[in-house]
Design a protein around this ligand. Structure first.
Ligand code: ANZ
Length: 956
């Protein structure tokens, strides 16, 4: 019987689905194992062979853990809100829900064909209202929380209000907006309700604020920093500009330190931890306040005595080298301190910088540019006047947007001073300030001050901070590069905010009325007045009395502070709803928890479910999410932990980034200026241009199917070909798998031709999981013929005792495969299987005692064939729960030894004898051997030395 993989695979996929083989239970006596793959965005293009790589790895591990006796949770779902479906809707008018549904269908078909052990009963879709109800709910929890630095956790906003009522905010240590005013209890109690609301917004963990955002005009939406690559949008490559807008933000900065500390607790790849660490960007230093000097005639008369400039420095020890200050051109004091003489120059400079993006400014380390404002500040220690400049190397959004410039300590300050001829104080007495003299952090103290001389860098730093605190000019400070995350998107296809506005202030909809469902709109574009697409909805007002969405006609819009507001006389209790939607990372920040109890409509998950599953044991996915999803989700988890909703403040103990599978493009060579194509071996004889053609038109020997190419695209219709040995051979190029290079390989076609088991094995065989590697379909024939050999090995199955060799081959394999899986070294297991099957075939092994465990070993990798063989072995249950074979060392222990037989110390021949043979028997066997007889030629040896297990030496 031949290996009919198509029939076998269809049969078992159906069996698994019908029998719910991989359904996980939320209570079990068995230990739990939660294996998670990053859920996909269901794009229109479907899966290519690169996508399943990580899924296959997670699947192998899940199946292995099931064999090991664990209750395994291995779910799958869809990150189904997002831009492509919406862009398609804009172009075609097709509702994104329909596009998404179709794409999901196609994904599901493709996934099903690969034989994954997913528990489909737990499928989630972020765009499903039953799911996003809980995304909206978490948003409300964040809105109702503030971050108390004293307890170092999120707390209910009610506790903050209670403090305000009792003692104002003087003693509150919270993560809050920079511009939060100080107020007493009396002030607070006297504030209007609206003012109180405005102040609370400065503390809430999600808040509404005017923020400088990355606006992408082509996409009509704001983008997060991690959605911008090289200054353009990650999707579509459109330009991005800075713009001020009222937006929802997430106060992730409150968690900066805990997000850093948490990295020590989790087993995630070092490069990924490094990028999160850099993204969070912790710097230790000090804030220092310089007083602006109000000198008439020199400084603009607008300067007041109380005007100060605060700087952030990582090198307070260098303060005596601070010879000028540089402000970001956007700094709020610039206009004030600029003198009449300098005004024209400063204005022109400020205007010019506004056109440069922050990224460009950061990337450009070469150009030195700036302008003197005419103003001066006073050095806090020496009381010398320090000129104030503006320069675009100082960024408005980092630190305080101002630096104390230390030309002898900082390269940029040095370049700046040199360029503009600002005197550089020679504080290294008698030493010329050259590039070599720049501060060496560990050893140099830059000081000509008595109280710093001779101190180490560390001591000097501490001393300066202490002195600054004493004179009230600064304090030690830790700064983070991390910014709060803008959470609003001006898009249709995302979660609606559960928010309506009363008198311009946001109000939350109660849980019992969630989900707030996306309204229908006629157009998916922004409205004519520039409002987000939800502004096109005709039913998008909140009736706060009846708690439901009603027609906008119920809302008589009056303009108030830029917000639409109720005309209370005509329609009491009806208010406008938020028009923005949530960003892509909202839904993916909670899906790993929701999988634990995805059908629960009463709570986000039951206590039983979260209590049992706890957290993710293994998470596999792409490294491109390092500073997006993987940072945001850690933030939400920590928040949920603070609220006592989850037991762990890190949700994934171990994470692996799978490498990328690159494409192997097919290249044809067109003779320049003709429609003739020359085969690769002959191309050097011509002047040629290289073109990419569909890889599916090329066979495993790199031979091009010329007729199919002619049909493929009109430009090849009349093409002529210059062949070698009657064939057209293409060139190959390894590059990203992309439609653009026609090198996308579709897993469906491979499943039809070779089967899912071959595909799974081959994806693993390609190389170590974490590494990038090129795809080449040709190589799949190797693993495919291995599976055929495996199949053949089970042609005869007998109840016979296994031989020692059989057992040795099997147990070698058990040991290696188990070690490999535990170390996520899946590629090496594949070759181990090949060796094992070759050995057993050579041994003509038919013993059930060998073939049975072998099927289990293979089953995580090639589950369909394993199930079929298992059935042939006489089982009626699925192989999925069969216990993993136990390795026994004794079968690997050698049973015989090849003894070197020596005569007077010279080795003459070797003799194989059982290891358990006694000394006397060994001597007798050696002496009786014909080669010994030949050596002795009738002599009687004087002595025979036998060292069992080692050697035999005959003397005399
Ligand atoms: C004086 C000084 C002396 C500095 C010295 C460095 C070396 P990180 O590690 O990135 O936090 N700085 C502060 N705010 C800035 C801004 N908005 N734009 C550009 N530069 C800024 O670096 C902090 C250091 O970068 C600060 O310490 C400040 O320069 C500069 F020998 O102050 B330093």
């Amino acid at each position: 019987m031949s290996y009919n993989f198509r029939k076998i695979e269809a049969k078992w996929q159906k069996y698994w689905a019908e029998n719910g083989t991989f359904r996980a239970s939320n209570n079990s006596d068995r230990p739990k194992f939660y294996a998670l793959s990053m859920f996909p965005y269901p794009s229109g293009a479907g899966l290519h062979v690169g996508h399943p790589l990580g899924y296959i790895a997670t699947d192998i591990y899940s199946r292995y853990k099931r064999h090991k006796g664990f209750n395994v949770l291995h779910p799958m779902g869809y990150d189904s809100f997002g831009l492509p479906a919406e862009q398609y809707a804009i172009q075609t008018g097709q509702h994104p829900a329909i596009t998404t549904e179709n794409n999901i269908k196609r994904y599901r078909e493709q996934l099903d064909k690969l034989g994954f052990s997913f528990d489909w009963d737990r499928e989630v879709r972020t765009s499903n209202p039953r799911y996003y109800k809980w995304t909206q709910w978490i948003f409300i929890q964040l809105f109702n929380s503030w971050y108390n630095k004293k307890s170092d956790k999120a707390e209910d906003i009610a506790s903050l209000i209670a403090i305000f009522e009792k003692e104002g905010n003087e003693n509150v240590e919270a993560s809050c907006d920079e511009d939060t005013p100080m107020f007493s209890a009396a002030d607070w109690n006297g504030f209007s309700a609206k003012t109180q609301q405005e102040i609370l917004l400065k503390y809430r963990l999600t808040y509404l604020a005017d923020t400088e955002v990355n606006w992408c005009p082509a996409l009509g939406t704001v983008l997060a920093n991690d959605e911008i690559v090289n200054g353009v949008s990650e999707r579509g490559g459109h330009p991005v500009i800075r713009k001020k807008m009222t937006q929802w933000s997430m106060r992730i900065t409150a968690y900066a330190q805990r997000l850093l500390d948490g990295l020590d607790k989790i087993d995630w790849p070092q490069p990924l931890k490094d990028s999160q660490t850099n993204w969070i960007g912790r710097s230790e230093g000090a804030s220092v306040t310089f007083n602006v000097i109000p000198v008439n005639g020199v400084t603009s008369s607008a300067v007041e005595k109380s005007d100060t400039i605060e700087v952030f420095t990582t090198r307070p020890d260098t303060i005596f080298g601070a010879s000028f200050m540089t402000l970001a051109p956007e700094h709020e004091l610039v206009a004030k301190i600029t003198t009449a003489e300098q005004k024209a120059e400063v204005d022109a400079y400020v205007e010019a910088t506004a056109k440069r993006s922050e990224r460009d400014r950061m990337a450009d380390v070469k150009t030195v540019s700036g302008v003197f404002t005419g103003g001066y500040a006073e050095h806090p220690f020496t009381k010398e006047p320090v000129p104030i400049w503006i320069g675009d190397y100082v960024l408005a959004s980092y630190g305080t947007g101002a630096v104390m410039a230390v030309p002898c300590g900082d390269q940029r300050d040095y370049d700046f001073a040199k360029h503009y001829n600002i005197p550089i104080p020679n504080i290294f007495d008698g030493v010329d300030i050259s590039e070599e003299a720049f501060a060496d952090k560990a050893t140099t103290v830059i000081a000509n001050s008595d109280f710093l001389n001779g101190l180490s860098y560390k001591d000097a730093t501490q001393k300066v901070i202490a002195e600054l605190e004493k004179i009230g000019h600064g304090e030690g400070k830790i700064n983070y590069r991390l910014r709060d995350a803008v959470f609003s998107r001006q898009r249709y296809w995302g979660e609606p905010f559960p928010v309506y506005y009363v008198d311009g202030m946001p109000q939350m909809i109660d849980l019992e009325y969630l989900p707030l469902q996306l309204p229908e709109v006629e157009k998916y574009l922004p409205t004519e007045t520039g409002e987000p697409p939800l502004g096109n909805a005709t039913h998008w007002a909140w009736d706060a009395r009846n708690n439901k969405v009603v027609s906008n006609e119920m809302l008589k819009q009056v303009q108030h502070d830029g917000h639409s507001e109720l005309d209370s006389e005509s329609h009491e209790g009806v208010y406008p709803l938020e028009l923005n939607t949530m960003p892509g990372w909202a839904g993916s920040s909670q899906y790993f928890n929701r999988y634990m109890d995805p059908r629960n409509d009463e709570t986000i998950f039951s206590e039983e479910a979260i209590g049992y599953w706890q957290d993710v044991d293994l998470y596999i996915g792409g490294s491109e999410h390092a500073t997006g999803h993987l940072l945001y989700s850690r933030f939400w988890q920590k928040f949920m932990f603070d609220k006592g909703l989850v037991p762990k403040d890190e949700y994934a103990q171990k994470l692996i980034n799978q490498g990328m599978i690159t494409g192997t493009s097919a290249v044809v060579y067109r003779v320049s200026g003709t429609n003739k194509f020359v085969s690769i071996g002959l191309k050097d004889k011509y002047e040629v241009e290289e073109l990419r053609v569909d890889v599916n038109l090329v066979n495993v020997s790199n031979e091009l199917d010329i007729n199919s190419l002619r049909d493929w695209q009109p430009e090849y219709e009349g093409a002529e070909f210059i062949l070698e040995d009657g064939k057209y051979i293409v060139g190959r190029e390894v590059e990203k798998m992309s439609k653009r290079w026609y090198n996308v390989v579709n897993p469906d076609a491979i499943c039809v031709e070779y089967g899912a088991d071959s595909l799974r094995l081959y994806e693993m065989f390609l190389g170590p999981l974490e590494q990038s590697k090129p795809w080449n379909t040709a190589g799949i024939t190797g693993v495919h013929s291995f599976l055929k050999k495996l199949w053949k090995l089970y042609t005869v199955i007998e109840d016979t005792e296994p031989t020692a060799d059989n057992l040795k081959s099997l147990h070698k394999t058990i040991k290696k495969v188990e070690e490999d899986i535990e170390n996520f070294s899946f590629n090496t297991s594949v070759s181990t299987f090949m060796i094992c099957v070759n050995e057993l075939t050579a041994q003509k092994c038919a013993s059930k005692a060998i073939l049975e465990p072998l099927a289990i070993l293979v089953s995580p990798y090639a589950p369909h064939i394993a199930e079929e063989l298992w059935e042939r072995l006489g089982h009626t249950e699925s192989i999925a729960e069969a216990a993993f074979p136990v390795f026994e060392e004794k079968h690997l222990v050698e049973s015989s030894k090849e003894y070197p037989i020596s005569f007077n110390g010279k080795m003459r021949f070797k003799l194989e004898l059982p290891l358990d043979m006694g000394k006397d028997d060994i001597e007798a066997a050696v002496l009786a051997h014909e080669k010994t007889q030949a050596q002795l030629q009738g002599r009687t040896p004087k002595k025979v030395i036998v060292v069992p297990g080692k050697i035999v030496n005959i003397v005399g």
